[in-house]
Design a protein around this ligand. Structure first.
Ligand SMILES: NC(=O)C1=CN([C@@H]2O[C@H](COP(=O)(O)OP(=O)(O)OC[C@H]3O[C@@H](n4cnc5c(N)ncnc54)[C@H](O)[C@@H]3O)[C@@H](O)[C@H]2O)C=CC1
Ligand SMILES: [Mg+2]
Ligand SMILES: [Mg+2]
Ligand SMILES: [Mg+2]
Ligand SMILES: [Zn+2]
Length: 454
């Protein structure tokens, strides 16, 4: 392609984007009829036509672009979708249009913003088929099927392969290494191995007529064989078992992260509950690795249903506390945080406590601030080892800060503008927010978007 042709093409893209930004629906439609490939193009700014129309509140252009089938989940360099942009600039009619995912659901829950909250570790690419966990014959059959996928874990880390940037920079992408039955069957047979049935792949195209064949099943195996020996099984050179899961497991794609959220939590439970918590006897793995039953026939855990036999989940509340003036939020830092980073306060829910009370107690314990209303926003599985992070917004009813120095090094009220600078502009922010994969980041973002039209 000559430079002349290239610039003509670029000119066409800019013309199209300009029409969308100005709200000129007839020009947008005319250009799309001539050049349909313009639909999801980005210009110099990195914004699509949908983002620009959403930025300026042009409802009919947004509607027109959606009817042409444009991709509403594309993001700009600040990781904002068109929906985020319209919410930020207060164009509620446009954000409602962009968030409409299922008209039927909105009739049942009127007024609810049903745009999916996409927290990292929350994606469910597998159908867990929990009813099949007790079907030993089916499980054994799936174990040895040629299309079955195995993930290999060592010390609670999955084997991954990382592609490096060409200039030797940071790891660009981390992928789970997948193995066949033939490649790992010797490991499965070892008595120390722990095997977990994770589920079967969800069919992408449900109407597909080739559905008589079962979709591939996925298993996780934890092995105590030497990690260096295990790595020799992988053909890719760049494979490893990450050493710092809190950091390294955040570079997976969303689907792999969703699978790891389940596998790592269940394996962590096995590694911590080797013996029966009720009587201390040995236990046996059952139900595709989702249950441990006591081998002592007199044990009371064998009578009735006992939660000690099933993988545990620890609920944790995590909250963004908003100042009574509506314009500041409370963030704190632990000593272990990277320099300059502040995050939402968080704490384990205690027995016999509601989520709202846990929010009020933890905030007061850690910062001395009293909290009134609490509102649930979204949640996130956090497999270090098995937390469910329950994300809330909360409104403060007192503002003096007195930190619990055992847990928090510093807590401060941050003005909205400083938070916006940290999230989006980042030239010289007063502080840094946690990475986008954390629900803490998403809660802070949610508050900024929610209030952008005040
Ligand atoms: N995904 C995210 O955005 C974030 C995730 N987290 C996670 O939330 C967890 C809880 O937050 P913290 O502020 O540390 O809680 P916290 O404020 O309740 O304090 C932790 C202390 O509580 C005690 N504790 C009570 N129940 C516990 C349990 N079930 N397991 C372990 N310790 C327990 C221990 O003494 C521990 O040192 C962290 O471990 C961290 O992994 C925390 C902040 C952000
Ligand atoms: Mg805490
Ligand atoms: Mg605490
Ligand atoms: Mg606590
Ligand atoms: Zn027992």
């Amino acid at each position: 392609m000559t430079s002349l042709q290239l610039s003509a093409k670029e000119e066409m893209v800019e013309k199209f984007l300009d029409a969308a930004a100005r709200g000129d629906l007839s020009q947008v439609s005319a250009l799309l009829t001539r050049v349909p490939s313009l639909l999801n193009q980005t210009g110099y700014s990195g914004w699509t036509a949908l983002m620009l129309a959403a930025r300026n509140g042009h409802y009919h252009v947004v509607e027109g672009l959606l009817s042409h089938g444009c991709d509403k989940f594309l993001v700009n360099s600040s990781s904002q979708t068109a929906y985020d942009v319209s919410k930020f600039w207060g164009h509620r009619h446009v954000s409602n249009l962009l968030s409409r995912t299922d008209e039927g659901c909105q009739r049942v829950l009127p007024g609810t913003d049903l745009s999916p909250q996409e927290n990292y570790f929350s994606c469910e690419p597998l159908d867990r088929l929990s009813a099949k966990r007790t079907d030993k014959v089916w499980l054994e059959d799936r174990q040895s099927a040629p299309d079955t996928v195995y993930l290999l874990f060592s010390s609670l880390s999955p084997m991954v392969s990382s592609s490096q940037e060409e200039d030797g920079g940071a790891a660009a992408e981390t992928k789970l290494c997948r193995f066949t039955y033939e490649a790992v069957k010797d490991l499965i047979q070892k008595p120390s191995a722990v095997l977990i049935f994770l589920g079967v792949e969800r069919r992408k195209n449900r109407s597909s007529s080739s559905s008589s064949q079962e979709p591939p099943a996925w298993f996780a195996i934890s092995s105590d064989e030497d990690a260096a020996e295990l790595l020799k099984r992988c053909r890719e050179k760049s494979c490893s078992f990450p050493k710092t899961p809190n950091r390294d497991l955040l570079n997976l794609n969303e689907e792999d992260a969703g699978v790891v959220a389940q596998a790592r939590s269940v394996l962590a439970w096995h590694s911590r509950y080797s013996f029966c918590p009720t009587c201390g006897s040995s236990t046996r793995l059952e139900e595709g690795g989702h249950k441990r039953s006591c081998l002592n026939s007199d044990c009371s855990s064998l009578r009735g249903v006992h939660n000690t036999c099933y993988p545990r989940v620890d609920p944790v509340v995590i909250m963004l506390v908003i100042h009574p003036d509506g314009n500041h939020c409370l963030l704190g830092r632990k000593k272990i945080f990277p320099a300059g980073m502040f995050s939402c306060l968080a704490g384990f829910v205690e027995p016999g406590e509601t989520m709202e009370e846990a929010v009020r107690r933890e905030v007061e314990e850690e910062s001395g601030v009293k909290v009134g209303p609490v509102q649930y926003v979204s949640c996130q599985p956090w497999p270090m080892p098995s937390n469910l992070m329950i994300g809330c917004l909360a409104v403060a009813i007192s503002t003096d800060i007195k930190v619990d120095e055992n847990e928090i090094e510093e807590a401060r009220w941050f003005p909205r503008q400083q938070v916006i600078d940290s999230l989006f502009r980042g030239a010289r922010p007063a502080f840094t927010v946690p990475p986008r994969q954390t629900i803490a980041h998403q809660l802070i973002r949610h508050w900024i978007h929610m209030n952008s039209n005040l």
